[in-house]
Design a binder for this molecule. Structure first.
Ligand code: ZN
Ligand code: ZN
Ligand code: FE
Length: 762
């Protein structure tokens, strides 16, 4: 944990708490904060994690707390270890921190000079990463430099005993930034608190508000107003992807969603991410159509607190951008980019130095899992410690990893620290590519690092790969490393779980460039000290139309049917996917399948999910990445079964020697057809399909014989798949590992690329 946790009796407190809960392990001060390793029964550890926050010493404050679950080390007792002495430490830039209780009390206290002031902060809270221009972290190096402190603020800033001693963004109504509300032409409508009141009224009236938040613009509408939500969808061109909702309070969340203790802690944490919760009621609302979950967050800045206390009802709070573009950070730019879809802009004059989206997290298998790492987390480093695969190769020169294509993030390794960038997004538009270049430039400048290595995906067409390639051509001293996509997934998972080789890595996602020129996505790797050997994969099939099949699950189904039945699959039109094609489309697709032209072979697990969703008539055309697979997961909900379908493991000779296992899913497809024919409920078919994939993992694990199995890749965002795989692996005597603070999706690729470079397996 980082924050005001040293010199305030924190270590003795941790020691007493551990003793009371009968936990073993140790606590130590480090250059960054306090590090704790605690060991004991699960219930005790969960208590420990909650009470660290609730029972902490009065003068302490936790600005950031990240916990990982690791294998037990077998400590005899609990001890306070001597602190780590600095030496060559790299400056840590703190993420933006949610408003602390003291500041919150002040803005709602009519006698306080910061009453209703939306830019209130102190050393314990407020913006950091989104305002820092360069290091060291001093006011002159932040976007607060243009505001000269008034004598009262100056006094607070200079007084060591004050909560605002050296609080760089310190400000008050007299000397700090202020609010304005603008119309879409940029005309000022109101200023200061009147602007906030007007913005609240806009939302009440069912209109769309663009609000300049902590790390960028958000778009807000009344979440209870279906028409307003629909209008936002139309204007944002976001047809069906779920929106996140900001609630006025934890109690209000409880009225709509189930909130477990760990979820409540996460919602109110200094990181304050969007937390995916299980909805209690109807799913018909256009906020998250057909989705049993809802992404929920609480106010995390004084501006949000003030607005939500005015409104007292939930609002949709989605990033201020057109789909696929990076979030907007500048008010002039916002008028241009958001002018067509926001009715009023609530802006201020504190510049946002870099975009930082809201993070997304959830509780999975009793642990936190971050799905999008940005505000509250970025740019905190992951430390590659003893036991992690890379230890032996501690980098002499910094390594830059440029990530993948979708959900891009980048990483910079300096010594054992790996600094992970905030979520950048899909590199599909000019704006996102510019944001990508900006983040790389930003990281190298902030950390004054000149990378000696640059790692990128093995896909030759990714913009990130091309960027790396061009850079290596320009700079002869820079060494390029190409890392296979699914290897990167597995190594990211191994690294964050502190796993040293050997282990089995299961890497399942939608699409990645395979080393044999086909499209991979259902891969198994044996990770050893020196290599990541692909030991098994799902049977391949053709995807008619290539990338087009990502948007059209029915194309994947056509490929699957062709693989199982050959020509006869193309004859009739007796299944939903075939019926959904226009009669004129089919001959062209059949031609692709026969000749292989524009019809790449793939072993993708994600496409297999798509195909089954299409076959069950759930979805033929997807509106966003992964939608069909999500819907296939969600229909399991009410129906539980342990039933499975059959499949076979086939040993195949590899060209160039050795052999590899191929998972033949054709028997499963025939079984599914039979179940459809006898009108088995689609929820049950979906459950049996998921269960079968879990058994595939278990049987490959048995064949490979490694006790430890790491699950990574976008498919493991699927809660049912991950929970069942973990349970079944454990029941069969394996140890499953999954992602905790690094996303299982492509947001984790950059970390994996760093680890691959360090291990020399790129
Ligand atoms: Zn504060
Ligand atoms: Zn002031
Ligand atoms: Fe991936």
């Amino acid at each position: 944990m980082r924050g005001a946790v040293q010199g305030v009796g924190f270590r003795p407190f941790v020691y007493r708490l551990a003793a009371e809960l009968r936990l073993s392990g140790w606590v130590s001060n480090t250059s960054e904060g306090v590090f704790i390793e605690a060991e004991g029964p699960r219930a005790g550890l969960e208590q420990f994690a909650l009470r660290l926050r609730t029972d902490k010493p009065p003068r302490s404050f936790i600005q950031s707390l990240e916990s990982w679950w690791l294998d037990a080390a077998g400590y005899a007792g609990f001890e306070i270890r001597p602190g780590e002495s600095g030496g060559g430490k790299t400056a840590i830039i703190m993420p933006d921190i949610a408003t602390c209780p003291d500041c919150l009390a002040e803005i709602f206290d009519p006698r306080n000079r910061r009453h209703l002031y939306p830019f209130t902060n102190c050393t314990n809270c407020g913006p950091r990463f989104s305002i820092v221009e360069s290091l060291p972290y001093e006011r002159a190096n932040t976007s607060m430099k243009q505001f000269a402190m008034c004598p009262e603020c100056e006094q607070e800033y200079r007084e060591p005993a004050n909560r605002r001693f050296h609080a760089q963004p310190n400000a008050c109504p007299k000397c700090g930034p202020h609010l304005e509300s603008w119309d879409a032409a940029g005309t000022i409508l109101a200023t200061h608190h009147a602007a906030l009141l007007q913005a609240a009224q806009i939302i009440r009236d069912g209109k769309i508000l663009a609000i300049k938040g902590m790390g960028g613009f958000q778009l807000m509408v009344d979440a209870r107003n279906d028409d307003a939500v629909r209008r936002l969808r139309e204007r944002k061109r976001r047809e069906e992807k779920p929106f996140a909702v900001m609630y006025p309070s934890l109690e209000a969340v409880g009225a709509d969603c189930r909130v477990l203790d760990m979820e409540a802690r996460l919602l109110a944490s200094p990181e304050s991410p969007i937390v995916l919760l299980q909805r209690l009621g109807v799913r018909s609302s256009p906020v998250a159509p057909g989705n049993p979950n809802l992404g929920v967050m609480l106010p995390y800045s004084p501006l949000h607190h003030l607005l939500m206390s005015e409104l007292k009802f939930p609002v949709v709070a989605t990033s201020g951008n057109l789909s696929d573009e990076p979030i907007c950070i500048d008010e002039r730019e916002a008028l241009q980019r958001l002018g067509n879809f926001a009715d009023v802009f609530l802006v201020h004059n504190r510049p946002i130095v870099r975009h930082v989206d809201d993070s997304v997290a959830r509780v999975l298998l009793g642990r936190e899992q971050v799905l999008r790492r940005a505000r509250g987390y970025a740019p905190l480093p992951v430390r590659l410690t003893d036991g992690k695969p890379a230890t032996a190769f501690a980098a002499a020169t910094p390594i830059l990893a440029v990530g993948g294509h979708l959900k891009n993030t980048v990483a910079l390794a300096i010594g054992p620290q790996v600094f992970l960038s905030q979520h950048i997004g899909d590199l599909e538009t000019v704006q996102s590519y510019e944001a990508f270049l900006g983040v790389i430039n930003d990281f190298e400048r902030l950390y004054e690092a000149e990378p000696g290595w640059i790692a990128s995906d093995s896909h030759p067409d990714y913009l990130s790969t091309q960027f790396a390639k061009a850079l290596v051509e320009r700079k002869p001293s820079l060494r390029g490393v190409s890392v296979q996509h699914h290897v990167a997934h597995v190594l990211a998972c191994a690294a964050e779980n502190d796993l040293a080789p050997p282990l089995l890595g299961v890497s399942w996602d939608g699409t990645g460039h395979g080393l044999d020129g086909t499209v991979w996505g259902g891969e198994f790797f044996l990770v050893t000290e020196k290599a990541c050997e692909r030991v098994a994969h799902l049977r391949q099939f053709r995807l008619p139309g290539g990338d087009k099949a990502v948007q059209e699950p029915r194309r994947a189904m056509l490929g699957i049917l062709y693989e199982v039945f050959g020509e006869s699959a193309l004859a009739g039109r007796d299944t939903p996917p075939l019926q959904s094609f226009a009669a004129t489309e089919l001959p062209a697709l059949a031609g692709m399948l026969r000749t292989g032209v524009n019809s790449p072979l793939t072993s993708s697990a994600g496409r297999l999910f798509d195909a089954v969703a299409a076959f069950l008539g759930i979805r033929q055309i997807a509106r966003f990445e992964g939608q069909a697979a999500m819907e296939l997961e969600f229909i399991i909900d009410a129906t539980r079964t342990d039933g499975t379908y059959s499949f076979e493991l086939e040993r195949q000779e590899k060209t160039g020697g050795g052999s590899i296992l191929a998972v033949d899913w054709r028997p499963m497809v025939k079984d599914i057809l039979a179940d459809v024919k006898r009108h088995l409920a689609v929820g049950l078919i979906s459950a049996k399909f998921h269960n079968t994939l879990v058994e595939v993992i278990v049987s490959v694990a048995r064949r490979v014989g490694q006790p430890r199995v790491a699950l990574s890749g976008g498919c493991f965002q699927n809660r049912y798949l991950t929970e069942r795989a973990a349970a079944r692996l454990e029941a069969e005597g394996f140890r499953p590992y999954w992602h905790q603070h690094i996303p299982p999706n492509d947001g984790g690729i950059a970390l994996g690329q760093i680890v691959a470079t360090l291990m020399g397996v790129g």
